[in-house]
Design a protein around this ligand. Structure first.
Ligand SMILES: NC(=O)c1ccc[n+]([C@@H]2O[C@H](COP(=O)([O-])OP(=O)(O)OC[C@H]3O[C@@H](n4cnc5c(N)ncnc54)[C@H](O)[C@@H]3O)[C@@H](O)[C@H]2O)c1
Length: 432
């Protein structure tokens, strides 16, 4: 039995779902095939995702494939109550989510989606998978596999794999090119700035915008902030991430890349002095801490687009403040003891997704990301029992299919390689 905020929002939610359906052609094509092939017949799927209209389309795609589906939100602030209400009207779909849950409600909802004893999971940030592994191990025997959506979740799951703690296979949806190249970069780039503009109604042009973390998301934010006329400053870590493979670039490589891309690059200590708007997107904690906030200019705005609300030291900010005032639902004004004002957007949670300002990534972006999730889940349903208990890549064929379909939705058809080219590219005899 679903638990949502307000069933009077069903009609509004249906309109949202309809709009998503009209603009998600790749997922629609997959849904048509699933209706015929029923890859999830007799399977129970549980999801923890930011619950809004695009997620609604994914859920309906899985349901069309024969699954019974339960969904909770992967973040206390990011549910669109209209869509949550509308989804309760579909047979075989149960929803346990609303905007502004407290921590207890958040975990209760995650547990409710697990009460169905799911066979397949989609998670975003790995909280759901974590509960099964460490608090509800009796459910493990029912699980064929799970698919994880975001960088932070994959880091947590790879750490579990390393400690031999993982109990079922995980597909790394975030690792698919059709996901992180577009979702993390162009999706976060557009949607985080969109939410910040909507919350503050202020101009990006002419501002010193500091992007902390120049990974996939940070690159997207930096190019879009520059495109809107900001003086864009990048902060990176003077270190190698402890979870990174040796083949991956370090923070120094990323800093140099940002510099050669034409951005200003500096330490957080220096950026703190000049920034007007700070956006953290590292997946790390306390990248803006109390000592940085102390140095900031009057009126500085702080936003986070990384997965958890740990990137900005909110406790430190609260301790330094003499007074806190709400400007609007997504903007708190902290008055420091010396009178300086600092603005925290969306309580330091994912600014592009925290309701009501955050609408999440654009439709076309989530079409690709959720097409990957739908295909990854089908792959798990077909092969799960044979797969190694590891974090595994989404097969390249599925990833290519999604990129090709997305290009074709823009009426762009690329030419395949000729047989002669294939022979040349796999041989070693032909040279100068
Ligand atoms: N807002 C969204 O919609 C959205 C979308 C995708 C991913 N995410 C989340 O955003 C975060 C970043 O994801 P990504 O894919 O860009 O990851 P990434 O690994 O590509 O990039 C993270 C970057 O942060 C840097 N970094 C880490 N610690 C730092 C520190 N102390 N100071 C400065 N830089 C530091 C790393 O060197 C790296 O370059 C993750 O938490 C991810 O889950 C959010």
């Amino acid at each position: 039995m679903s638990k949502v905020k307000d069933l009077s929002l069903i009609d509004e939610g249906m309109k949202e779902l309809e709009w998503a359906e009209k603009n998600m052609p790749v997922l629609n094509a997959i849904r048509k095939r699933f209706e015929k092939e029923l890859p999830f017949k007799n399977l129970r799927v549980s999801l923890a995702l930011h619950l809004e209209k695009k997620t609604g389309q994914l859920i309906r795609t899985l349901r069309a494939g024969g699954a019974t589906v339960r969904v909770a939100s992967c973040n206390p602030l990011t549910t669109d109550d209209r869509v949550a209400a509308a989804l309760t009207q579909f047979d075989g779909i149960e929803v346990f989510a609303w905007a502004n849950q407290n921590t207890e409600e958040y975990y209760q909802n995650l547990n409710s989606v697990l009460d169905s004893k799911p066979n397949l999971l989609i998670d975003d940030g790995a909280d759901l998978i974590n509960i099964i592994h460490f608090k509800r191990q009796e459910l493990i025997e029912h699980v064929i596999g799970a698919s994880e959506e975001t960088t932070t979740g994959i880091i947590r799951l790879k750490a579990m794999e390393k400690e031999n703690a993982l109990k079922f296979p995980i597909t790394n949806a975030n690792g698919a090119y059709s996901k992180h190249l577009f979702d993390n970069r162009f999706g976060t780039g557009q949607s985080a700035l969109n939410a910040i503009m909507s919350i503050t109604n202020s101009l990006i042009a002419g501002k010193n915008v500091v992007i902390v973390g120049y990974g996939w998301c940070g690159k997207g934010l930096a190019i879009r902030a520059r495109g809107m006329g900001a003086r864009t400053i990048v902060v990176e870590a003077g270190d190698r991430m402890p979870y990174a493979d040796e083949s991956e670039p370090s923070g120094w490589h990323k800093g140099l890349e940002a510099l050669y891309e034409g951005f200003e690059v500096m330490s957080m200590d220096d950026a703190a002095l000049i920034g007007d708007l700070f956006i953290t997107v590292t997946g790390d904690k306390k990248v803006i801490d109390a000592k940085h906030i102390k140095k900031m200019k009057d009126g500085a705005m702080l936003a986070n687009a990384g997965h958890f609300d740990l990137e900005i030291d909110i406790n430190g900010l609260e301790k330094m403040a003499a007074n806190v005032k709400e400007i609007n639902e997504n903007c708190q004004e902290y008055q420091m003891k010396d009178g300086k004002l600092i603005y925290l957007l969306s309580k330091g949670r994912l600014v592009n997704l925290a309701r009501p300002a955050g609408q999440g990534h654009p439709l076309e972006i989530m079409d690709g990301s959720f097409a990957i999730q739908a295909l990854a889940l089908e792959f798990l349903a077909k092969n799960g029992k044979k797969l190694p208990i590891k974090v595994i890549d989404v097969p390249a064929g599925l990833d290519d299919y999604v990129a090709r379909m997305a290009l074709e939705s823009h009426n762009i058809i690329l030419q395949p390689l000729t047989e002669e080219q294939k022979e040349y590219l796999t041989g070693f005899n032909e040279g100068t």
